[in-house]
Design a protein. Structure first.
Length: 193
């Protein structure tokens, strides 16, 4: 099936953001990268905010699906390590989306009910996994602390792998999966100690 104009525009924007970051994104650049007229992006998006909202919507929908997917044979059986691994893998495979989703200056979640619902769904998946990890007797505060810790570690690790100096500080990674799992195990040991 042929890619629609809207899909071409989104793909061009996401590819640009993955390569260069979101700050320099312009409709002219998107049009050039998509191979369409400079007015074509305006047929679907009135401004940069609208395209960032769509990118965030697609990103959160994809993240939610990735986090909630059935366990695969090649994944760690521990739900906390698996959650960390899925989050980081999502960020690495979807860098253009990831760089927009959590930037409040680009992604104005509160201004779009659909985006809010989709972002909440991804967070609810995280909280559901945390409830499984800490058990039914855990308080709401305990669940919030563990969810915040896991999200912070996953997001921080993903950001360091994508944009940060991680490999320049610790050396080239020969096995990214092994590092992610080791970090997950360290966090789990700290959370359950």
């Amino acid at each position: 099936m042929a890619e629609s104009l809207k899909e071409k525009v989104i793909r061009a924007a996401v590819d640009y953001i993955a390569e260069s970051g979101p700050d320099g994104l312009s409709f002219r650049q998107i049009a050039a990268n998509a191979g369409v007229s400079h007015q074509a992006p305006y047929h679907h998006f009135g401004d940069r905010d609208a395209i960032f909202t769509e990118i965030a919507f697609i990103g959160f929908r994809t993240l939610s699906a990735d986090l909630a997917a059935p366990v695969r044979r090649d994944e760690d059986p521990d739900p906390s390590i698996r959650l960390l691994e899925r989050y980081v893998n999502f960020a690495l495979a979807n860098t253009g989306y990831f760089r927009v989703m959590f930037r409040s200056d680009l992604c104005k979640i509160g201004e779009s009910p659909d985006l809010q619902k989709t972002a909440d769904s991804a967070f609810d998946t995280l909280v559901g996994t945390v409830q499984t990890i800490v058990g039914v007797s855990a308080s709401v505060d305990d669940i919030r602390v563990v969810a915040t810790t896991m999200w912070s570690v996953a997001h921080g690790l993903a950001t360091l792998l994508i944009d940060g100096p991680l490999e320049s500080k610790i050396g080239t990674l020969s096995d990214r999966k092994k590092l992610i799992r080791a970090v997950g195990s360290q966090v789990l040991n700290g959370l359950t100690a």
